[in-house]
Write a protein that binds this ligand. Structure first.
Ligand SMILES: N[C@@H](CCC(=O)N[C@@H](CS)C(=O)NCC(=O)O)C(=O)O
Length: 204
């Protein structure tokens, strides 16, 4: 049993999707970022930088923070969605980290410039979008070679990029230009665990 602390952001959706797909007992706890609930001394004992997502594992008494660390930790703990060893594990890790450190970071950077910068800077918006387009294409090429991002089977690699590309974030033109990604987004959206994972974190 573990507690999972989240808000309505792509980094958190990665972990709520995984938690729902694992089907193990856990408590989903919302941390309202606009109310600064992430900055309380109690929460910073769980997540030192005051960031979500984070977990407390009641089986061990330990805590884990950051979406990539949580995904690796839970996948290893329950032995699902991450091969145990060998070439297959390497491939899933490659693409899970691509989602966490390349594609995810590119989307978050673009989102900041496009939607949150108080003064519009077209250069920053265009430059950061170029990087998003580049990584979308990389994912599309991989999904042209394999059914899932990390190879033959569904894994934490798929969960690492879906929150940036699917659901409410879907970009019709981007999917039109990347047919393999479009096929995969439809497949992901049909999964009950993905649907309930995306619906879980609440605003406020
Ligand atoms: N590397 C971390 C980043 C976590 C992160 O930036 N969390 C944001 C929400 S997505 C947050 O907690 N922001 C509140 C803050 O920085 O005060 C991860 O992948 O989970």
């Amino acid at each position: 049993m573990y507690d999972l602390y989240v808000f309505t952001t792509p980094n958190c959706w990665k972990t709520t999707i995984l938690a729902e797909e694992l089907g193990e007992a856990y408590n989903c706890k919302n941390v309202a970022l606009p109310k600064h609930e992430n900055q309380t001394p109690e929460f910073r004992k769980i997540s030192p930088a005051g960031k979500v997502p984070a977990i407390v594992d009641h089986d061990t008494g330990g805590n884990v923070y950051g979406s990539a660390a949580i995904m690796l930790y839970l996948a290893d703990k329950y032995g699902k969605f991450l091969p145990k060893s060998g070439k297959e594990r390497g491939e899933v890790l490659d693409w899970a980290m691509f989602g966490n450190t390349d594609l995810g970071v590119a989307y978050n950077t673009w989102n900041k410039f496009a939607n949150r910068l108080p003064v519009k800077n077209q250069f920053a918006i265009d430059e950061s979008w170029t990087e998003v387009v580049r990584f979308n294409k990389t994912a599309d090429e991989q999904l042209g070679r394999c059914e899932f991002l990390g190879g033959k089977t569904y894994s934490i690699a798929d969960m690492s990029i879906f929150p940036f590309i699917g659901g409410s974030r879907k970009n019709a033109q981007m999917l039109e230009e990347n047919k393999n990604l479009a096929r995969w987004v439809a497949q992901m959206e049909a999964r009950p665990g993905v649907k309930s994972g995306i619906a879980l974190p609440k605003l406020g």
